[in-house]
Design a protein around this ligand. Structure first.
Ligand SMILES: [Zn+2]
Length: 265
């Protein structure tokens, strides 16, 4: 059976861990006599819970670009204090999920057209270079792992699991990069993919398949047949097409933050 190597999205907006859960349904229990280490672990778990809930809301289009994150409303929604929420904000700002504005607080990021252009250009240069360097190095086993990912992408898309599909579509690109076995390049690409995944989540309309699994499949077929040049051409066209399809929506509608994070989906 083909298994896809589980990938850890270190230091990216896509990072997942066991702390991820919906608000108010997964509070961290506080032991009666906890050590300071236990306390800091519990705090970290709370930070992760809040951070992941916000990232998940962005990835599933429930928090559009420019939405103001009102601290008092979020503290109420998550049952956390302001200092914990601010630590979460600092981490989310580091991942470029939110923007911290002086005297105005936090808003969901609104990456502009020039930032989008530069990130996609960087991806095209790196990913085309990786595929060109691959040549015939990819083994049937490693390509089978890429094929398994496409199957998962398709399944998530068909099931309407939007945020899962967004993650898997990014992971496809990393899985292809991994065929080269250059972890330095993977690290650079991982960060760029996290940025573009966020852009897709922010600006793409649900179900448009902007990072198309059909195109992923065509690229894979070219790699399987050993046609590196064709794979390169297809990858360049795929990334260019994804960039063009992402239309920026600058509107920032009113969002009820308490309802968003406390009511069932
Ligand atoms: Zn793609």
């Amino acid at each position: 059976m083909v298994t896809v190597k589980k990938f850890l999205w270190h230091h990216t907006v896509l990072e997942q861990d066991n702390a991820m859960a919906s608000p108010r349904t997964h509070k961290t229990a506080t032991p009666e006599r906890e050590t300071s280490s236990d306390a800091s672990q519990a705090e970290l778990a709370e930070e992760n819970r809040v951070r992941h809930a916000i990232v998940e809301a962005v990835l599933s289009h429930r928090l559009p670009p420019g939405t103001r994150l009102v601290e008092t409303r979020l503290c109420e929604a998550f049952g956390v204090n302001r200092s914990l929420l601010r630590r979460v904000f600092v981490r989310l700002a580091g991942d470029k999920v939110i923007e911290l504005q002086h005297n105005k607080g936090a808003i969901i990021a609104q990456p502009g057209p020039e930032e989008m252009r530069q990130v996609f250009e960087a991806r095209r240069l790196i990913e085309n270079g990786i595929i060109r360097s691959l040549g015939k190095k990819a083994t049937p086993e490693s390509l089978a792992a890429v094929r398994e990912l496409i199957t998962q992408e398709h399944a998530a898309y068909k099931a309407g699991e939007w945020s899962k599909w967004v993650r898997l579509s990014g992971e496809y690109h990393l899985q292809v990069a991994r065929l080269l076995g250059n972890t330095e390049l993977e690290d650079i690409l991982r960060s760029l993919i996290a940025r573009t995944t966020l852009m897709i989540a922010l600006y793409d309309s649900v179900g448009s398949n902007v990072c198309s699994f059909d195109e992923h499949n065509e690229i894979l077929k070219a790699l399987e047949s050993g046609d590196g040049e064709q794979a390169c051409t297809l990858m360049g066209a795929h990334l260019h097409g994804a960039e063009v399809k992402l239309q920026r929506d600058t509107s920032a509608p009113e969002i009820d933050l308490v309802a968003l994070f406390t009511q069932p989906l």
